[in-house]
Ligand binder design. Structure first.
Ligand SMILES: C[S@@+](CC[C@H](N)C(=O)[O-])C[C@H]1O[C@@H](n2cnc3c(N)ncnc32)[C@H](O)[C@@H]1O
Length: 320
């Protein structure tokens, strides 16, 4: 429980998430009440009990609270700077939750910066990839942190089109936020994930609606959350993609930035994930899904959230 003094202080602070800090006392965050929090929705399908979890770019620590609620063994949260330390402490206290925090600077070379932390069954990178100059550099250094067969969840802005193109935020045309650079097309993001040995098994997409500040006329932009399995080298790629296999083994960038272990002694995760029924056949047959089809033909979309537990609102109680 937070003291009255702490609650008064918290009420004056700026909040990213909307959080109930004591029964009936809610601090207002940045998102409208029906805005879906897709990483939260998808993470509900992951069997986090007794698993080691890592949250990258954690802000106030709502994902770590939810990881705690789902019975995680260990939760590590990191951020570029310690801008939410006080708020994280309040959340830990209010929710009787626990996690470690590390300040890691820019989201590059995380495998080196977290070299003493071991590897993880579940890693979340949400709302970060569009903030970095080099999305591939960031993905490359995360893959060594995920155990074989572990899960990686990534959420970022994309363009919903069939291309292998990444759109740049030239003159703020995608959004005026000054830390925002790249929106890949959905197929290109999928290709990058596969190149780093992440096989997508579920996703959820939300088109930026026409009344949103993120709406871009003439281009269908949206936010996608993707759950991937970490697989052995090359196993997420089509059998005929010799270029990628060659590149993984011989490009200086891959070898220097993504030192993955694929031997017998690599840690192996047993983490489960409930794939939605509509995607089960694809995952059973191919081990992964086509993200563009999942979004555009299999209905893995959401626009507004109809339940509070699917939004950026964290309430006391036991909602995951
Ligand atoms: C949009 S918030 C997303 C918060 C949270 N992961 C979520 O999805 O709800 C972006 C997070 O990325 C972190 N971050 C890391 N590198 C960043 C960068 N280069 N520019 C801006 N934010 C960055 C911020 O500190 C913040 O925690």
């Amino acid at each position: 429980m937070l003291s009255n003094e702490e609650l008064e202080q918290a009420a004056k602070d700026w909040w990213y998430y909307t959080v109930e800090l004591s029964p009936g006392m809610v601090v207002q965050g940045a998102y409208p009440p029906d805005f879906p929090y897709m990483p939260r929705i998808l993470m509900r399908q992951a069997h986090l009990q007794k698993q080691d979890c890592l949250d990258l770019g954690t802000m106030e620590g709502v994902i770590p609270v939810l990881m705690n609620r789902k019975g995680a063994n260990r939760v590590l949260a990191v951020d570029a700077v310690p801008h939410c330390t006080q708020k994280m402490d309040w959340l830990k206290k209010a929710y009787n939750a626990n996690w470690d925090f590390r300040e890691v600077g820019l989201m590059y070379d995380l495998d080196q910066k977290l070299a003493n932390e071991g590897s993880f069954d579940y890693v979340n990178l949400s709302g970060v990839l569009y903030h970095v100059f080099s999305p591939m550099h960031t993905l490359a250094c995360i893959r060594p942190l995920v155990k074989k067969n572990g899960l990686f969840m990534i959420s970022t802005n994309v363009v919903n089109e069939q291309s292998d193109v990444m759109h740049f935020n030239t003159a703020g045309k995608l959004q005026t936020e000054p830390n925002t650079f790249w929106y890949p097309s959905i197929p290109l993001l999928e290709y990058m994930l596969r190149y780093f040995n992440f096989a997508p098994i579920d996703c959820l997409y939300s088109r930026h609606p026409s009344d949103s500040a993120l709406f871009v006329p003439g281009k269908e932009c949206g936010f996608i959350s993707i759950v991937c399995r970490a697989v052995d080298r090359g196993n997420a790629l089509p059998a005929n993609d010799n270029w990628a296999r060659h590149s993984m083994l011989s490009s200086w960038e891959y070898m220097g930035l993504s030192p993955q272990q694929h031997g017998m002694d690599q840690p192996v995760s047993t983490i489960g994930y409930d794939v939605p029924e509509v995607l089960q056949a694809q995952v059973a047959q191919k081990g992964s899904i086509d993200l563009y089809l999942a979004v555009n033909e299999y209905g893995r979309r959401i626009i507004r959230a109809t339940r509070a537990q699917d939004t950026y609102l964290l309430r006391l109680g036991d909602e995951s």
